[in-house]
Design a protein around this ligand. Structure first.
Ligand SMILES: [Zn+2]
Length: 338
């Protein structure tokens, strides 16, 4: 088969790779129906997080089970399944507490930008859909593998509830889906930070009530103005930079919550400022697996349409164009079809 391999900064190649095989009896092999480029892939693509050697890339996937190891009982060949970027057993203490992305046996699922994918711990990781989905549901189902689950975790971690005022920092796919999640959870006011017209439009479609174009301290000052000097009840940080994190802390009211899901790069917090900010911080790699059954249901019943974040669809062999478009921010998110 062929798949995407990252060689170094701005160097993604679509090349021949060995077909994945069942290695452990708990593995499954799936035939990938759709995959995509993640904002977090760009940290490596831009050389900010260098790769040591040519690395098969991609961690978002949905598809049809092709083969299962002899210990797998929960999924079977022919089923359409979705899984998280972290494989998890769904039985250890951390999984039982809902933190599957900290599973004691977690394994990163890599190399999903390919025709076939090996998923470890298949019973704990993969969740089947009620049937084979119609084609128009594929993009939305694919988002549940990462970005939608991550946006949902941001809102959940920030304790978004009916009537609350929410700020979303970041207008990438995760930020936009954090807006959608906050709306689903009943937030009354959702302030989206964005300076891109097409992303602003989608944020409003997903439920944003206000758009703020300023960034950093100016952005935080604007939120203070909009909330009459109080600050937001919940701030969803979906970027991972120092500026975004400080903007989140400075936009939150005392006692408010910050859900942070942007992978931090160079973020350092000042203890004194944190102490006097009086905020609650909760974040990390999203336990996407926890939310899969509920988000599959909402998608299947067409209550949500998170697949709207894909504004570029390419055949998988043009994966390099997908990275380029996202790196240059010409596309919000690129969907790839093998
Ligand atoms: Zn576990």
């Amino acid at each position: 088969m062929r798949g995407a391999v990252l060689y170094g900064p701005a160097d993604v190649r679509f090349e021949e790779r060995a077909d994945p095989k069942i290695v452990e009896p708990t593995d499954a092999i799936i035939k990938v129906t759709a995959t995509c480029v993640c904002g977090s892939d760009l940290w490596s693509y831009r050389g900010i997080q260098p790769v040591a050697e040519p690395t098969p890339f991609g961690h978002e996937y949905c598809g049809v089970v092709e083969e299962v190891g002899r210990a797998v009982t929960a999924v079977k060949p022919g089923q359409f399944v979705i899984g998280s970027f972290f494989a998890s057993d769904n039985t250890c203490p951390h999984c039982r507490a809902g933190y599957h992305s900290s599973c004691q046996h977690r394994e990163l699922v890599g190399g999903a930008q390919a025709a076939l994918l090996r998923v470890p711990l298949a019973d704990g990781t993969l969740v089947p859909t009620p049937g084979v989905p119609p084609d128009d549901l594929i993009p939305s189902l694919l988002t549940l593998s990462d970005v939608m689950g991550t946006g949902w975790f941001a809102a959940d971690a920030a304790d978004v509830r009916p009537g609350k005022t929410v700020v979303v920092v970041g207008d990438g796919a995760v930020g936009l889906l954090a807006v959608l999640s906050a709306r689903q959870m009943g937030a009354e006011r959702i302030i989206a930070m964005s300076r891109h017209p097409t992303r602003q439009t989608l944020a409003r479609e997903f439920g944003a009530t206000d758009i703020v174009t300023e960034r950093g301290d100016q952005g935080a000052a604007r939120v203070m103005e909009l909330t009459h000097g109080v600050g937001a009840d919940a701030v969803l940080e979906c970027v991972g930079t120092q500026e975004a994190m400080m903007q989140a802390i400075r936009s939150t009211r005392p006692g408010g919550h910050i859900g942070y899901v942007g992978v931090p790069h160079g973020v350092a917090l000042d203890g004194q400022e944190l102490f006097f900010a009086h905020v609650r911080l909760h974040g990390g790699p999203a336990p996407v697996r926890r939310y899969l059954p509920e988000l599959i249901r909402r998608t299947w019943e067409r209550e949500i349409n998170p697949g709207r974040v894909f504004d570029l669809t390419l055949p998988l062999d043009r994966v390099a164009d997908g990275y380029r478009a996202m790196d240059e921010r010409r596309a919000i998110k690129a969907l790839l079809r093998p």
